[in-house]
Design a protein around this ligand. Sequence first.
Ligand code: C2E
Ligand code: MG
Ligand code: MG
Ligand code: MG
Length: 285
Amino acid sequence: EVVLGNRPSKTSTIRRLDEVGSISRRVLGLLREDVRHGRLLLHYQPKHDCRDRLLGFEALVRWPQAPHPSVSPAMAVILAEEGRLINELGLWVFRQALAFKAHLNQSGFAGLSLAINVSPLQLAHGDFAERIARLMAETPVQPAEIEIEITESQVMPDDPVIDSNIQALGRMGFKLAMDDFGMGHTSLLHLRRFAIDVIKIDGSLTRDVLHSATNGDIIRAIAALGQARDIAIVAEFVETAAQKQALANLGCHVFQGYYYSPPLAEADCLAYCRRQPDEAEVGAA
Ligand code: C2E
Ligand code: MG
Ligand code: MG
Ligand code: MG
C-alpha cells in the first residue's frame, strides 16, 4: 500500500502528503488516469534579466482535478516518481511544452527560451534521451531553444545511465540547468559531474537575501563560481524590487518570481509578452 518511499529530501512535502490521509494508491490511480487522458495542464512563469527584459518562461505542471487542494504540483510529481508514472508524465509535459514553444515562435516571440523540469528519475531511464530525440524530430523547435532544469534537491543516484542521458541531451544542443541549487548535499560535486549551462539558486537562499548576510555570502560565492565556469545564474522566488536588486548586486543574471508574475495559464502568456515595454528587445539578451 505504501507508495511514498523514505526520501532524505523533500521530507516535509511527504509528511504533508501523509496528513492528507487518503493518499497513495487511490490518489496515484487518479493521477495515472488524468495523465493518460491529458487532463494535466502547464502553467508558464516568466524569467527576466536585470534590466527587466523578458527572456523566456518555465513550464510548471498543474493537476486541476487533484482530489484534494493540498496535493500541490510538487507532491503530484513526487507521487508520480514513487508510482512509476514520472516517465509518462514527463513525456506529456515535454510534448505540451514543445507545442507551446512552437506557438510562441509563430507568434513573433521566437527569441524567448522555454525551460522544462526533468527529474533525476526520468534521466535514470535508459531510453530517455532517445525518446526526447524522437519528440524533437516531430517539432520545428530546436533543442537550443529549450532549457532542461534538473532538480538538484532530489537524490541524484550515482548511475551511469543518468550521466549518459545528460551527455546525450547536451550533445543534442539542449541547455542544461541545475535546479534548486544549494538544497542538495552534493551541489558542488554535480558541477564537476555534469556540463551545466545554468544554475538556478534555490528559493530558500534567495527568499530572505535582504535579511540574511549568510545567504548573501553563499549566493555571491555561487555567482563567482558561475562566472569562472561561464554558467548563468538564475534567482528564483524573487518577490520584490529590493530583493531583485540585492540579487543582481550579488551577481545573479536572471530573475524569476512573483515580483514579475506568478506562473500563467497558456492563454495569458502571449498577452504578457505583448505587454512588455519594448517589444523589440524581448528576448534580446
Ligand atoms: P521548481 O522547478 O523549483 O519551480 C519553482 C516553484 O516555485 C514553482 O512551484 C513556482 O510556482 C514557485 N514560485 C515561483 N516564484 C515564486 C515566488 O516568488 N514565491 C514563491 N513562494 N514561490 C514561487 P510549483 O509550480 O508548485 O512547482 C513545484 C516544483 O514541482 C517545481 O519546483 C519542480 O521541482 C516540480 N515540478 C513542477 N512541474 C514539473 C514538471 O513538469 N516535471 C517535473 N519533473 N517536476 C516539476
Ligand atoms: Mg524548475
Ligand atoms: Mg527551482
Ligand atoms: Mg525550487
